[in-house]
Design a protein around this ligand. Sequence first.
Ligand code: PMP
Length: 354
Amino acid sequence: MKAEPSVSTASAASSTAPAVDGRLSANENPFPPLPGVLESAVAAAASLNRYPDMACHRLTEELAGSLGVPAEHIATGTGSVGVTQQLLQATTGPGSEVLFAWRSFEAYPQLTETVGARSVRVPLVKGDVHDLTAMLDAITDRTRTIFICNPNNPTGTVVRRAELNHFLDWCPPETLVVLDEAYREFVHDDEVPDGIELYRDRPNVCVLRTFSKAYGLAGLRVGYAVAHEPVAAALRRTAVPFGVTQFAQDAAVESLRRADEMRERVGHLVAERARVHAALTEQGWGVPESHANFLWLRSGRHTAELAAACEREGIHVRAFPDEGVRVSIGTPATNDAFLHAAESHRKLLRNRPA
Ligand code: PMP
């Protein structure tokens, strides 16, 4: 049975987002930029003959105010993936190791390779969650950086406060622990710690955030890190000069001032996440509880077929061959189109001789 979107969710989303938009492959926000944001970016176009503010002053001040941290603890970059690259350049190099769970964000091994360091991948355990005990065991004297993706991409699973605090307590103080919180705004579980709360008295913790997801500015490329002085200063040194455009800076400042509207939109997406999760579970797919704006279907050897079935409905998902499919939460109508494809494929599998 196909669940209907609630009236409030459907009308709120359709008033500002296109009804069916088949791109559910990149964890983008189906809503356009928040009110006033486009106008501020367009206004910035009048000074295209000028370089942007290299130090991102206004954005840094605005972030410092909204997060309650010193401005010196903030470093901006071209998306949080840009900041990740800065981080690896600043902390690692040939002979060093970068530790992360696997499967996790694909940029970790890619960027680790570009700086000549070695990736150490610790498999996720039952329920697709980080194995923090195995990660502690995997630390060596060559480990410079550890990524904890919370919520994890592509599984949407989380590390909770008690286990993360325990992990941080046992990490060598000279190893940088990066809490990648690209999807933080979609977390509605009090047991999942806010990295900003954890970094304050831990000089080896760095928090990564982005405007690409909840704020819907993926196309502008602006993200930031929050970390203590030596780390934040190193990130500023490794930044591409003038990398964050004035469009991005002004749009991000305006977006921060619209945080209440952002939270309202996120609320609709979180409600849709619950609806799609329930429908998929009813169809018989294994789907862990997600705390992000996407879901992870453990489709195993049927992955390619499921992705092809979605394509036929005009829905693009992210397929990881023989593992699973990651599907972003879109508008109710797009989610329905995806659910329809998933259900048809499920029926096909059920009726197929073993
Ligand atoms: N971290 C994670 C876990 C992500 O999934 C992404 C985007 N897919 C990013 C960082 C990077 O986002 P951006 O560079 O757009 O800020």
